[in-house]
Design a protein around this ligand. Structure first.
Ligand code: CTP
Ligand code: CA
Length: 237
């Protein structure tokens, strides 16, 4: 159900959201992909719509239907997602990168189907890095000297020998230059393909301050979405 009391706090606000998982073509019939279903991004679109926002959803291979009443831009590869997001961001007040973007793509895309022959008992794929779309969006904002656009990133982290989930998240926050980072605690039995999510929301409380946890949520992806929009309200007020 819809949490009560948020009214139409996004009325007149243009919200751009990326959702889903990119597919990187290998040949005309194959791609490298990931397990993102698009559920979190679609939930964000629903939450933003319910709060009066004017929503554009750039959807990469969505496995769940987006709501009526939004503008849908379907894409597949990271390159297509980048192009759509950079174009649409010029008309957005809030930009949310919830899509799972492939970090690498095949170095070359074959124009004909890759055949197995007696000569290739083993096959090695060469991959190259994809551009960082979130960083490009932050860069594009500063190039346009826009000051009031808010940019949100997502991060999936596990702790490791180098640091806790929050240590890694703080570094990612600094590296990306976004205003809000929604940190997914992965490896907790929630995340891809499920309805639940556990997140901490990082932001600076004042310009130049340290990134701090300004909100958290543990529940459905819709509940997480409303918590993200609530955190945006704190930032934008
Ligand atoms: N992202 C992006 N472009 C990429 C890779 C990631 O815009 N090429 C965005 C994601 O949509 C997400 C944020 O960056 O909002 C963090 O993604 P994540 O995969 O957690 O971070 P990476 O920077 O890719 O670092 P790593 O996977 O090595 O942890
Ligand atoms: Ca990544």
């Amino acid at each position: 159900g819809e949490p009560a009391g948020r009214g139409s706090d996004l009325a007149g606000t243009r919200v751009l959201i990326s959702a889903g998982g990119t597919r990187e073509p290998l040949d005309p019939v194959r791609y490298l992909g990931n397990h993102s279903s698009g559920r979190q991004g679609v939930a964000l679109a629903k939450a933003a719509l319910a709060r009066g926002g004017q929503v554009t959803l750039v959807g990469a291979n969505l496995e769940v239907p987006p709501p009526d009443g939004i503008s849908l831009v379907p894409v597949s590869s990271a390159a297509e997602l980048a192009e759509a997001m950079l174009r649409e961001a010029a008309q957005a007040d809030i930009v949310i990168m919830s899509a799972a973007v492939a970090d690498y793509r095949p170095a070359s895309v074959e124009t004909t189907k890759i055949k197995k022959t007696s000569a290739n008992e083993e096959l090695t794929l060469r991959l190259v890095r994809n551009p960082d779309i979130l960083r490009s969006l932050v860069q594009a904002r500063s190039d346009r000297s826009v000051t009031d656009q808010v940019i949100v990133g997502f991060a999936a982290e596990t702790g490791d020998a180098d640091g806790t989930v929050l240590d890694h998240a703080r570094k990612k926050f600094e590296a990306k230059g976004c205003d809000l980072l929604v940190v997914n605690k992965v490896g907790t039995g929630v995340g891809f393909g499920t309805d639940g999510n556990r997140v901490d929301i990082l932001a600076r409380r004042r310009p130049g301050g340290e990134p701090e946890v300004i909100g958290s949520a543990d529940g459905s992806k819709l509940a997480v979405s409303h918590a993200v929009i609530d955190a945006l309200g704190v930032l934008r007020s």
